[in-house]
Ligand binder design. Structure first.
Ligand code: 3H9
Length: 689
């Protein structure tokens, strides 16, 4: 297939890039554009670059990074565009991202479809724009816009692009026809940004975006490198800026951070594909039922509405139903007010939502998701009520964080239509969805859930059945070590600081206070003591029994003043911890940050390796996706497995073995898969069952 073609339309040479799915700038595309520009027909007076398919160029081909470079490079393409004797126009629809926007900046004009977006998202891959984006954009749109796009990585709309001068025109429709006319009539001269004067220095913008990088992108090298590149160009001129940008880009491409973030980029897309051996056909879903109108039910209903489904909402308690229904409508109104959805879309969502005072409407549902209280008996009652009323082929999904899907499935006829959908709260905001595949779940039902996840805009990961599935099973190992470290001598502050310095957004004790210590307390009451490490929660239990349930009661591990959420050191907690240690006969010892991080994070990794070995996760990369999207694991570390691979599996295995010697093998038996991969030189993040 020819990825670049060209044809004359009047006096305009139209170069079309057609490299599905996103017109990435692969070698063939780069070569095609350079060739087309090297042989201009004599009749041509202007050149137009357009793209076929759903989008303009979405950037460099990420899969080519780290491989030997093939000539022509992107810089050669941009040089050919700038050196082209004819004015060049880029016609942008869909998205012009990264190298795609950079290519358009080497053109003389840019015209946009009104729904198009442009951006420099390289920071999301641990990179900076490497083809002049930090130099040309500031000359076109000023320092603030140059920094905003490349530091935040967030794209802007066509109208914003017009406002800041990136776009020369925005068309409501008929982009190519309008762009050809624009090229013929308006694009009369070359306007190379390379030759444009440098914009004035903007100290405020530098301060603001440096603050943003430190606060919102803590630990990441790329945003600071963007700032460095923009400043260098401003102070030393275009050519020096370009050279500096390139050097920074080269360093970052081979950095751990960028490799980790690129791993996540592909891992997130892979996670949504059926695991090996699954060959189902998706079932069309148009009508969905949601049982339970609490926080989770509301978020799930909103997600289904956003996916275009008709939703019938039911709750046994009429008052709860009303509150939930009103809450859904309020969120829709809020989304409209904030410009997130159009008036038409808001009206459609309101119209597609029905409040069911009884089970009416459920007989029409293609899928029902129950989001009632996390209790097996209650869920079985709901499933029994559903089984009597819904179609025998309707999919029955349970929103649960821990419960045994197989036991629930066995309680209804046709267990092959049952699966778990573990949404994270708030369900309409959080991206992660664990799709829990029971032993009887059919392939058709599984691929239908994956398709639904995509329609809802979620990042879906398939998990097998076990207590806590992928995410919560692993987090309990992390929490256990944090609790044991506390008992052995580390303070909550020291533990929280060590893991936040590592890159976690919040420490385990701040987190526990926020979630409410009583939640874990009552969950533990349902477990037998041999299912968890009782010593790790002695202080937690003590606090709850004293009424210190966390933020909501003004104290837990920390104290909170006047409803403020800032955790403050509490001498009373120190006393409580000291008393528990004395009672247990423990002499506290000094514990450094390295031990804290290794015990918490390696426990997470070991539990992850165990469940991957058991086949609970289909791929190692799925585990990283769960942690980066549901638990705040720093994206620039790529997830726990990517991190483990980076520090070395033999090192991780060796540390786990030494913890086993010191603390016993009950929790520190190295996972067989970890040992196997450490020996064979394999990797957890790329392991596939
Ligand atoms: C860059 O440009 C560096 C330069 O500054 C300097 C260079 C010297 N490359 O996301 P989707 C694949 S860095 C290769 O599901 P959507 C993707 O893996 C780049 N492949 O679609 C998937 O494959 P599969 C800066 C890519 O509609 C398929 O396309 N640009 C690339 O939900 C569909 O993707 C970016 O960071 C790529 N650049 O979203 C933009 N992009 O079907 C990255 C996508 O096998 N891309 N694929 O799973 C995106 O943000 C989204 O893909 C986009 C479409 C918004 C475009």
């Amino acid at each position: 297939m020819q990825v670049v073609s060209h044809a004359l339309e009047g006096a305009v040479l139209v170069i079309t890039v057609d490299n599905p799915p996103v017109n990435a700038l692969s070698h063939a595309v780069r070569e095609g554009i350079v060739n087309a520009l090297s042989d201009l027909p004599s009749e041509a007076e202007a050149v137009l670059i357009v793209c076929a398919g759903r989008t303009f160029i979405a950037g460099a081909d990420i899969s080519e990074f780290g491989k030997p470079p093939l000539s022509p490079g992107l810089a050669d393409v941009l040089e050919a565009l700038e050196n082209c004797p004819l004015p060049v126009v880029a016609a942008i629809h869909g998205q012009a991202l990264g190298g795609g926007l950079e290519l358009s900046l080497a053109c003389d004009y840019r015209v946009l479809d009104s729904k198009a977006r442009v951006g420099l998202p390289e920071v999301n891959l641990g990179l900076i724009p490497g083809a002049g984006g930090t130099q040309r954009l500031q000359r076109l749109a000023g320092v603030d816009t140059g920094l905003k796009l490349a530091v935040s990585g967030k794209p802007i709309s066509a109208n914003e692009a017009l406002d800041v001068g990136i776009a020369d025109a925005v068309f409501q429709d008929q982009l190519v026809t309008n762009a050809v006319a624009f090229a013929a009539e308006t694009a009369k001269q070359k306007r190379c940004l390379r030759d444009a004067p440098a914009p004035p220095m903007d100290t405020d913008a530098f301060d603001r975006w440096t603050g943003y990088a430190h606060k919102k992108m803590r630990g990441q090298a790329a945003p600071l490198a963007v700032i460095d590149a923009v400043r260098h160009g401003l102070e030393n001129g275009f050519e020096a800026g370009l050279k500096h940008e390139r050097a920074l880009f080269e360093d970052l491409v081979s950095s751990h951070q960028s490799k980790a973030m690129r791993h996540l980029f592909f891992a997130e897309r892979l996670a949504g594909k059926p695991p090996r051996g699954v060959e189902g056909k998706p079932i069309a879903l148009s009508q969905a039922g949601v049982v339970g109108a609490g926080t989770m039910g509301v978020g799930i209903a909103l997600s289904l509405l956003a996916a275009g489904k008709d939703v019938v909402l039911f709750d046994v308690k009429p008052a709860a139903l009303s509150v939930g229904y009103d809450r859904i409508r309020a969120v829709i109104d809020g989304d409209l007010a904030k410009g997130r959805i159009s008036e038409t879309e808001a009206a459609s969502r309101r119209q597609r939502l029905t409040k069911a005072e009884d089970w009416s409407g459920f007989d029409q549902c293609d899928i029902i998701i129950e989001a009632v209280f996390e209790d097996m008996e209650i869920k079985k009652t709901v499933f029994a009520a559903l089984a009597e009323r819904v179609r025998a082929d309707a999919i029955l999904a349970t929103n649960t964080s821990y419960l045994d899907i197989d036991e629930l499935a066995r309680s209804v006829p046709h267990p092959n239509r049952v699966l778990g959908l573990h949404f994270f709260s708030p369900a309409h905001i959080m991206k992660l969805l664990e799709i829990v595949r029971g032993e009887a779940t059919s392939d058709d039902v599984l691929v239908t859930a994956l398709a639904l996840g995509k329609q809802m805009g979620k990042i879906s990961v398939v998990s097998g059945v076990c207590h806590g599935f992928i995410g919560n099973r692993m987090i309990s190992a992390y929490g256990r070590e944090a609790g044991l470290l506390l008992l052995e001598g580390a303070s909550p502050q020291a533990i929280d600081k060590a893991v936040t310095d590592f890159g976690m957004p919040m420490g385990p004790f701040t987190m526990a206070d926020m979630a409410g210590l009583d939640i874990g307390y009552s969950n533990r009451k349902k477990l037998s003591p041999d299912q968890y490490e009782t010593r790790a929660v002695l202080v937690h239990d003590q606090l709850v029994e004293m009424g210190r349930k966390g933020q909501k009661t003004g104290s837990g591990f920390y104290r909170y003043e006047d409803g403020n959420r800032t955790p403050l050191h509490d001498a009373k907690t120190d006393e409580i911890i000291a008393a528990v240690r004395t009672r247990e006969g423990i002499t506290p010892r000094e514990i450094d940050a390295e031990e804290i991080v290794e015990r918490c994070i390696f426990a997470l990794i070991n539990e992850g390796a165990a469940l991957l070995g058991e086949g609970i996760a289909a791929r190692g990369s799925d585990v990283d996706v769960v942690y980066a999207n549901g638990y705040g694991f720093p994206r620039w570390r790529g997830g726990p497995f990517s991190y483990a691979d980076q520090v070395g599996l033999d090192y991780v295995a060796e540390r786990i073995a030494s913890f086993a010697e010191r603390f016993g093998t009950r929790w520190w038996t190295p996972a067989p898969l970890l040992i196997e991969l450490a020996k064979s030189g394999g990797a957890l993040a790329t392991h596939e069952n």
